[in-house]
Write a protein that binds this ligand. Structure first.
Ligand SMILES: Cc1cc2nc3c(=O)[nH]c(=O)nc-3n(C[C@H](O)[C@H](O)[C@H](O)COP(=O)(O)OP(=O)(O)OC[C@H]3O[C@@H](n4cnc5c(N)ncnc54)[C@H](O)[C@@H]3O)c2cc1C
Ligand code: SF4
Length: 502
């Protein structure tokens, strides 16, 4: 029985982040562990309300009140078991999830402070490692059926683990040189150190999952070959087609890049240094790309932009501006617009924002300015208003509001346009829809029989928690398709959407 008064005795508290002057000299994670005393106190704030809305906020349906109470009473083994019953990779979500569960916590009604659910989650995940590692689960006798998973992001890996644990032979194909999808070279180490991925991969391998890196499906191996070798195929190739702005004058200048180009180069350099092979951050053709000593302009306001900001600080940028097309959001939930327990539109600040840089809202780039030798030297911006007309976004510049910001490096973090157009799609006989995603039927199959889809490739660019949830649900559908015994957990349907008021 949980403590019904815990939230009256304790305020919401999180562990202090590592000091800015220290953390920007390295690439280690920003948050230190909370420590047992703090986290048990915070778990005590959960009152196990009759209807736990946090369950609905979490796409995985994590049993939050259950594990909060196990932590409160110090029963870490039970907490670890309960958390892993619904989430294959809580060490990823506990570090990286924006925590829609907390927006749906009953303690947040009327502007109160929700339980620190995400922090409790990561402490349980880390406790699992500290208490003997991520031991492989015993797998049942082989079913004799085999599945190819294309893409090793959280969707592909969650599906692979579920299917292997059901006795199927699973091979994950990844075109990159290392596994993990965006978690590996997209998301910087200061948000997720890569040993967390490696530990999980070791567990998956011990449970029988086979990995083939450096294999671009559709190029190095054809869809036909894959279908001949396996009884079912899961496509989990992400939504990596970066949005661009080709119509903006000066887009072709040197120094104007897609954000992912910068992040991947920086994260590869960090991976090299961690492995004892320090090398500068470079583009695929060997050209250096680094923010050191540069004026950096980041265009965009989401996760990707914040990650570029943190990387720019650590590389030693001279100054950073982060531009957002929209006005500054409110600092607290507007209950008329986004009533509890939905996900509110509020200003989201990441640890990178307390490290420096200036955020500029309600502006749009008019031109990338040439230094006369083909290199960008500035960004001309104007203040704008944005309105929706007939479903279209109309951006209007305010006359006389133009000004120029210095810029030696410009990073476009303006979103993704769905999954990449690549040979694999035509070979499997699936097509991108108007959003650039691949549709799934109710049983997670694409237009091609026996070919399933999950994660960002299906939803469009989204979140890790959704990728894991979709990976689990698609695995359940594949298990049924293969005639497997019993059913696997399916936390979401293929048409599931986040909690919304309209
Ligand atoms: C910079 C950045 C920061 C982010 N930060 C957060 C965050 O803090 N919290 C959060 O919840 N979400 C965050 N996200 C979103 C999150 O990373 C994604 O939603 C999630 O990784 C999607 O998982 P996925 O498995 O669907 O695809 P991905 O992680 O994109 O993995 C797809 C994989 O498929 C591989 N692939 C593609 N085509 C082929 C092929 N033909 N053959 C073989 N392999 C192929 C790719 O190489 C890739 O490894 C962030 C995204 C970005 C870009
Ligand atoms: S996965 Fe995300 S939404 Fe679910 S409990 Fe963890 S932090 Fe909350």
């Amino acid at each position: 029985m949980p403590d019904p008064n815990g939230f009256l005795r304790y305020n919401r508290r999180l562990p202090a982040r590592r000091p800015v002057p220290v953390r920007i000299t390295d690439w280690r994670e920003v948050y230190p562990p909370a420590g047992e005393e703090l986290i048990r106190e915070q778990a005590t704030r959960c009152m196990d309300c009759g209807i736990p809305f946090c369950h609905d906020g979490c796409p995985l349906g994590n049993r939050i009140p259950d594990w909060n109470d196990w932590v409160r009473t110090g029963n870490w083994d039970a907490a670890v078991e309960s958390l892993h019953a619904t989430n294959n990779f809580p060490e990823f979500t506990g570090r990286l999830c924006p925590a829609p569960c907390e927006a749906a916590c009953v303690l947040g009604i009327g502007g109160g402070d929700p339980v620190t659910i995400k922090q409790v989650e990561v402490e349980i995940a880390d406790a699992a490692v500290a208490r003997g590692g991520l031991r492989p689960r015993p797998v049942p006798a082989p079913t004799g059926r085999s599945v190819a998973v294309v893409g090793s992001g959280p969707a592909g890996l969650a599906a692979a683990q579920q299917l292997a644990r059901a006795g199927h032979a699973v091979t994950v194909y990844e075109r990159d040189d290392s596994l993990g999808g965006l978690l590996r070279y997209g998301i910087p180490d200061f948000k997720l150190e890569k040993q967390h991925i490696d530990r999980r991969l070791a567990q998956l391998a011990a449970e029988g999952v086979r990995f083939r890196t450096g294999v671009d499906v559709g190029v190095d191996v054809t869809a036909e070959q894959l279908r001949a070798e396996h009884d079912a195929v899961l496509l989990a190739c992400g939504a990596l087609q970066g949005r661009d702005t080709p119509e903006t004058p000066g887009r072709q200048l040197r120094g104007v890049h897609q954000a992912m180009t910068h992040l991947v180069a920086a994260n590869r350099a960090v991976a090299g240094a961690v492995a004892g092979r320090p090398a500068p951050a470079v583009l695929a053709d060997g050209t250096p790309i680094d923010a050191a000593g540069k004026h950096v302009v980041i265009i965009g306001g989401g996760d990707t932009a914040a990650d570029c900001l943190g990387v720019a600080h650590r590389q030693g940028a001279a100054g950073v501006h982060q531009l957002d097309l929209y006005p500054e959001p409110p600092h607290a939930r507007d209950a008329a617009r986004d009533p509890w327990p939905t996900w509110p539109w509020v200003l989201r600040s990441y640890p990178a924002h307390e490290e420096g840089g200036e955020r500029v809202f309600a502006v749009a780039v008019q031109e990338f300015v040439d230094d006369g030798a083909g290199q960008v030297k500035g960004v001309r911006i104007a203040e704008v208003t944005v309105e929706k007309r007939d479903g279209r976004r109309i951006v209007t510049a305010l006359p006389g509001s133009e000004r120029e910001l210095p810029a030696d490096l410009v990073l476009l973090a303006i979103g993704f346009e769905g999954t990449e157009e690549q040979p694999l799609l035509t070979q499997f006989g699936v097509a991108r829809n108007a959003r650039g995603a691949v549709d799934a039927r109710a049983d997670w199959q694409t237009a091609a029989d026996g070919v399933f889809v999950a994660g960002d490739m299906h939803r469009g660019a989204s979140l890790i928690v959704w990728a894991i949830a979709e990976g689990r649900a698609a695995a359940a559908a594949i298990h049924a398709y293969l005639g497997g015994v019993g059913t696997l957990a399916a936390p979401v349907t293929s048409s599931a959407q986040p909690l919304a008021a309209r």
